[in-house]
Design a protein around this ligand. Structure first.
Ligand code: MG
Length: 264
């Protein structure tokens, strides 16, 4: 079932990909964090970046031809702390917060939705307090409800409670919700996502964008660079996800980064 529209396993098409890298003067490498650089773990704070991955990212970023950005659903502060690499670009909250060198950028909608999110966190905390393993995380401009540690039979209840509380705010277009792997998120209702963040970070740069990510939120970025960059999905190829290539897991992402470095 390998039609032309399906993503290709990058190591089986290495020559074509490497030619693209070799013929580009500048490469802008965008990396998602959880599920891409580190395996998904039950407690988000345990998702440490392996030393070997950190090392190869630093090496790539120190090449004059490469710039590296880590773009995550985590808050900016959190992803910066988890990765712990200096002199790269960081984007948190799916790009609502961007930090590049000493410059910081926040979408204006972020500050006005803050008091609203604070009160919603209180409602969610109260409504979910009896459900073992449910966790409401305050990420500044956004909120996350994690349910990976909730028993499978209670997960539906978490979703019902979440949507019941959020419904009026979505209807009045003040907030919007998105979902990822065992997480539901509340964010300001602005038309902004990882794809727009990638384009904002690229700016007028002529660099070749290469984006690697494992989740639904990454598909906005795949779409944004379609035709002008290279998109790489991490995981088993899925019909609803359109990327140029795929890698099977985080171990293969590490191998990919090493091979990429060897092309320099
Ligand atoms: Mg991810």
């Amino acid at each position: 079932m390998n039609s032309k529209n399906n993503m290709k396993y990058i190591f089986s098409h290495w020559e074509k990909f490497s030619l693209k890298i070799k013929s580009s003067r500048q490469v802008f490498l965008f990396l998602d964090y959880d599920g891409t650089l580190t395996p998904i773990v039950s407690r988000p704070k345990d998702a440490r970046l392996p030393i070997s991955v950190k090392k190869i990212i630093k090496e790539l970023n120190s090449s004059p031809r490469f710039t590296v950005a880590i773009i995550s659903g985590r808050s900016l502060r959190d992803v910066r702390k988890m990765a712990g690499i200096r002199n790269i670009v960081y984007a948190g909250n799916h790009g609502l917060e961007i930090e590049r060198g000493s410059g910081k950028m926040r979408k204006p909608a972020v500050s006005y939705s803050r008091p609203l999110l604070k009160s919603i966190k209180l409602y969610l905390d109260a409504a979910l307090q009896d459900i073992e393993g449910a966790q409401v995380e305050d990420k500044g401009p956004t909120l996350s409800v994690h349910f990976r540690r909730v028993s499978p039979e209670s997960r539906a209840r978490v979703k019902i409670i979440f949507h019941d509380i959020l419904r009026p705010y979505i209807a009045s277009r003040r907030l919007k919700v998105t979902s990822g792997k065992m997480v539901m998120e509340v964010r300001p209702a602005v038309d902004w996502h990882k794809g727009k963040a990638v384009l904002a970070i690229l700016g007028a740069s002529k660099a070749l964008p290469v984006y690697i990510g494992d989740d639904v939120t990454d598909t906005d970025a795949f779409l944004a660079i379609k035709g002008k960059g290279v998109s790489i999905f991490v995981g088993k190829p899925k019909k609803n996800i359109k990327a140029d290539y795929y890698l099977k897991d985080t171990k293969e992402v590490e191998l990919f980064l090493k091979q990429l470095f060897n092309l320099l």
